[in-house]
Design a protein around this ligand. Structure first.
Ligand code: FNR
Ligand code: 8K6
Length: 347
């Protein structure tokens, strides 16, 4: 049967979406200096409440996870209250919203948290400088001890619980785009020789431990995950990564997540070691609800859904440019094109 973008989709017994379009997580760097979401952010999200599901901008689980200015947090009482403003505004307009849980790992910078170390799987630094703050060069991280890894798992679970207290409908764990969880999943950033490195099972252990701890705390129905099997940002590809993701996906297949979301900027990119597009690789190896993303319009996304390439469509940049993206698509109105200058303010 032909699928439509504008029909209800049930993710599980707890969550039904009013359409198949998700607002992709989009970092906007607009929280206040205590990393508390503002009223302006609440207005911005509320304008997009007619998405089937909003995924919030990536939100740090603790201070040393910060790698960009003014990215929101979910670890202080003020931050939880700030997010309550956002979730109320979205719910008042009939929307649903998940929080994206984030730690940047080696992409963090001590400048943001008055620290002196950056924590990551291995002492392998990312080349370059913080975007738009070119004076801040990335530093060589300190490898996490097993004890510190166990603490991080607890901190993710606590952050998920804080998100539920803040009124979110669920959380998406950011396991993509070369940040902390993804750093464990790629050979370029993980040279460990303990139980968190060296082979697919060990390299997947941190991601699965976080996932299991979060699911246990707030329920698997309210827990989602974003992953980047194709390395394209903050990590370099390595053909050996394929086996890591083969293993991870087989493990994920037995867990009942709300959905699995691909982390990619452009889904037409092909990776030799995945035999093509990331979405096609994940579809072959994961049997449950899959969210596609990366360079789609509503039309091309719907075509992909009807080719059974994925089930739900996440839209990023067009949602920045068009707060009324959903109604414009529904009515066939022309969309405003995105450009990077639009990142300077929330509309
Ligand atoms: C992003 N993206 C992103 N991804 C993520 O997982 N967490 C985030 O916080 C962000 N932040 C972010 C900010 C900005 C300004 C851009 C442009 C992108 C990636 C985003 O979710 C999406 O995958 C890409 O934008 C590709 O989708 P579109 O834009 O082609 O629909
Ligand atoms: C005002 C400061 C802005 C800082 C921007 C941080 C945005 C982080 C979001 C990352 C977006 C992903 C871009 C991926 C590009 C890869 C191209 C191959």
């Amino acid at each position: 049967m032909t699928k439509s973008l504008f029909e209800n989709v049930s993710l599980n017994s707890d969550i039904t979406l009013s359409n198949r379009i998700l607002m992709a997580p989009l970092t906007r760097c607009m929280a206040d200096d205590d990393l508390v979401p503002t009223q302006q952010m609440a207005d911005y999200y509320a304008k997009r409440a007619d998405a089937g599901l909003i995924i919030s901008e990536a939100t740090i689980i603790r201070a040393d996870g910060q790698g960009y200015p003014n990215t929101p947090g979910i670890f202080t009482a003020e931050q939880i209250q700030g997010w309550q403003r956002v979730t109320h505004a979205v719910h008042n307009k009939g929307g649903k919203i998940f929080l994206q849980l984030w730690h940047t790992g080696r992409v963090a910078h001590p400048h943001f948290y008055n620290g002196d170390t950056v924590l990551a799987p291995s002492a392998l630094k990312v080349e370059g400088t913080v975007p738009r703050m070119r004076e801040l060069e990335y530093i060589t991280p300190t490898p996490l001890s097993v004890c510190q890894i166990e603490q991080l798992v607890k901190d993710y679970a606590q952050a998920a619980s804080n998100a539920i207290d803040a009124g979110f409908d669920g959380v998406e764990i950011h396991g993509a785009n070369g940040y902390l969880i993804d750093q464990f999943l790629h050979y370029d950033s993980n040279h460990r020789d303990d139980e968190y490195g060296g082979n697919p099972e060990n390299m997947s252990r941190f991601a699965l431990s976080v996932l299991d701890a979060v699911s246990e705390r707030i329920g698997a129905n309210r827990t989602a995950l974003r992953i980047s099997p194709g390395a394209y940002f903050n990590v370099l590809p390595d053909a050996r990564d394929r086996k890591v993701f083969d293993y991870l996906l087989s493990e994920l297949s037995d867990r009942h997540l709300a959905y699995l979301h691909i982390g990619v900027f452009d889904d037409s990119l092909e990776f030799d070691y995945l035999d093509g597009r990331v979405s096609d690789y994940v579809r072959k190896n994961y049997p449950h609800t899959l969210v596609g993303v990366g360079g789609f319009s509503a039309d091309t996304g719907l075509a992909a859904i009807n080719q059974n390439r994925f089930d739900l469509l996440a839209i990023g940049r067009p949602f920045i440019a068009n707060p009324d993206y959903i109604s414009k698509v529904q009515q066939g109105d022309e969309l405003v094109s995105y450009n990077d200058d639009m990142l300077k303010e929330l509309i």
